[in-house]
Design a protein. Sequence first.
Length: 100
Amino acid sequence: MPNKEDKRRIGNITIQSAEDVTEEGIKVGDMFKDALTKYPNLKAKRGKNGKKVYIKVGRLAFLLDLCAEGKSVSIKEIPETTVILELKILLKKIGKRLKS
């Protein structure tokens, strides 16, 4: 996905394949409980449309197979067997470099 401020740069990377995994071994198709075990500091967030539910830690966000229906969602309310549909790698805005 292009960066909104500069279309020549990458904004975020979206992964919808189970072939790519995080450093902790989480991939598309895994369950919420797997991600929570590997990333205990996850935060739940609603997408911009108010329906999508993401769990986020650092620069990683996982789209869950769960609808928020415009309501806020907490980590404790997410069923453990909810499936991860997508992985996003969130990159910083222009002018800020990623630290290695």
